[in-house]
Design a protein around this ligand. Structure first.
Ligand code: B12
Ligand code: SF4
Length: 457
């Protein structure tokens, strides 16, 4: 029987200078792996697919398991912070003869760099190929033994090391089987979740972003997607989410980029959800799509928390990053959510292009005017420093100024951030730290968070 491993890494505890154990999200089963494993199992019932998750095993047991495993194919979905550790794991499974495939959002953005440094023929050969965009059919084709040249969405080194990019085929989400959450032990994940959010499962009813496909794309957007905004039919999405309640889910972490982007979809979804026993939803929305009608629909669909990437409260900065929002829209979004009894989570990025002490002061004054909840079980403000991810417009701009970073497959976020500030911001790291501290003080004074866990993106 063929054995396939889909290997998920824990977000490193020291990532971004965080203190060990500090995280802004709950431990959840990796949705990319569930999606791929479900498809593979339904298309090839004879294949054994294991989802191996470092979050459950801890580093030592996780590495032991990989070292002992014999897999025909091993798949990883690195993000910028996990990529170096993914390479360590790839070397382990490659040693035991696995074909190693990467997918997700980081690897396709650096496909040439990764395959050049880690592909066949390199001195550190541990990666065979990279899948771009939807992975279900490409993975099935690979496991079936289709030669690389016949696998859609695949990027791989051809004869002489030349990187070959196969044609791309977006998937019809309606034709996918519902992700099978029983492929992993949900209890094991629930046990690692804090009491107030225990029973959280991830779900994604949509892929792609309407804003990115249409008038603009945020300059920090690293999401690799093709085929425009696609969604599971609203009735099916509602039923599948309700089914998760039967598996013990009390909350759903909905990973779509802008859940209310398609109002007709949302209307149908909300009317179906209203008739079902429905877990509480945590979701993401753009400020510009959070109008009165959409917020009412979200409330009807049992939305509890809505994350809004307000990023900045300076119109000048928002224009610079192509966000398609304004301080007024941000304020409106938060006010509408609060009025509907939905808790906002306000994501702010520090170190954006165009930011100066003056824009920060103006933005800070706007934050002061913003309506906020008096109390929330979780932190409402989530600040982060600007991450220049490969594949973004910001990355392209930085490389134009710092050609020395070109060609590398491993990026050091702190180094990039410093270089970014040097070229694109008039703020220093000290200014950023003070700005962050000032914002945190403002929110701490205005929003009571009983027994707050630390909560930063
Ligand atoms: C939901 C989500 C989370 C959830 C994950 C919940 C879960 N356990 O499933 C949580 C909150 C835990 C999370 C955490 C983090 N995330 Co996150 N996350 C997302 C989000 C919004 C959706 C991902 C998702 O589940 N989509 C649905 C699944 C089905 O689609 P998919 O992941 O794209 O996978 C498909 C294809 O890409 C492909 N594929 C993916 N992997 C592989 C692997 C193989 C082998 C193959 C063949 C195919 C394949 O096939 C899949 C099925 O078609 C994305 C942004 C986005 N819109 O995609 C960011 C995103 C992936 N996250 C990101 C980051 C940075 C993080 C964090 C570091 C936290 C942070 N600072 O934001 C941590 C890292 C966690 C870790 N250990 O890796 C970045 C990655 C950027 C980069 N270039 O590195 C993204 C792109 C968002 C962004 N900021 O731009 N995340
Ligand atoms: S970062 Fe901007 S462009 Fe990218 S998915 Fe989010 S809203 Fe869309």
């Amino acid at each position: 029987m063929k054995k396939i491993a889909l290997i998920a890494l824990a977000y490193p505890a020291d990532g971004l200078g965080r203190e060990p154990g500090e995280r802004w999200f709950d431990v959840m089963p990796p949705l990319w792996a569930l999606a791929l494993a479900t498809y593979l199992r339904s298309a090839m019932p004879g294949v054994k697919v294991e989802i191996i998750d470092e979050q459950l095993l801890g580093r030592a047991r996780f590495l032991q398991r990989l070292a002992a495993g014999r897999y025909e194919l091993a798949g990883f979905s690195p993000v910028a912070y996990t990529y170096p550790a993914v390479l360590d794991c790839a070397r382990l499974v490659k040693k035991n003869g696995a074909m190693v495939i990467l997918g997700g959002h980081y690897a396709p953005a650096l496909k040439n760099e990764i395959l050049g440094a880690r592909g066949p023929g390199s001195s550190d050969y541990c990666i065979d190929a990279i899948v771009r965009y939807d992975g279900e059919k490409p993975l099935h084709a690979l496991v079936s033994g289709t030669p690389f040249s016949g696998v859609k969405n695949l990027v791989y080194p051809g004869p002489g090391g030349k990187i070959i990019e196969n044609p791309v085929a977006p998937l019809d989400l309606a034709k996918l089987p519902p992700a099978d959450y029983t492929l992993v032990s949900l209890e094991a994940y629930f046990r690692l979740q804090p009491a107030h959010s225990r029973g959280t499962l991830p779900f994604a009813s949509q892929r792609g972003c309407k804003w990115a496909e249409g008038p603009g794309r945020c300059i920090f957007c690293s999401i690799q997607s093709t085929g425009g905004l696609r969604a599971i039919a609203p009735a099916a999405a509602a039923l599948r989410m309700a089914d998760l309640a039967k598996l013990g889910a009390r909350y759903i972490f909905e990973g779509s980029d802008d859940f209310p982007a398609d109002q007709a979809w949302l209307k149908e979804f909300a009317s179906r959800a209203a008739g079902l026993k429905f877990p509480a939803l945590r979701l993401f929305a753009r400020a510009s799509t959070l109008n009165q009608a959409n917020v009412a629909l979200l409330k009807a669909a049992n939305a509890r928390y809505v994350s809004v990437g307000v990023e900045s409260m300076s119109d000048a900065v928002l224009r610079c990053v192509g966000k398609g929002a304004s301080a007024a829209l941000n304020r409106r979004a938060i006010a509408l959510l609060l009025k509907a009894g939905i808790l906002p989570k306000i994501h702010v990025i520090l170190g954006l292009p165009g930011e100066t002490r003056a824009t920060f002061s103006a933005g800070f004054a706007e934050f002061k005017k913003m309506e906020l909840p008096v109390e929330s079980p979780e932190p409402v403000l989530l600040t982060s420093t600007f991450a220049v991810y490969p594949g973004t417009e910001a990355w392209r701009r930085l490389l134009a100024r710092e050609p020395g970073y070109r060609g590398r497959d491993i990026v050091d976020e702190k180094v990039l951030f410093r270089a970014w500030l040097k070229h694109f911001s008039r703020l220093t790291e000290g200014d950023i730290d003070s700005a962050r501290a000032a914002l945190e003080r403002l929110f701490a004074a205005r929003v009571r968070v009983p027994g707050a866990r630390r909560d930063k993106p």
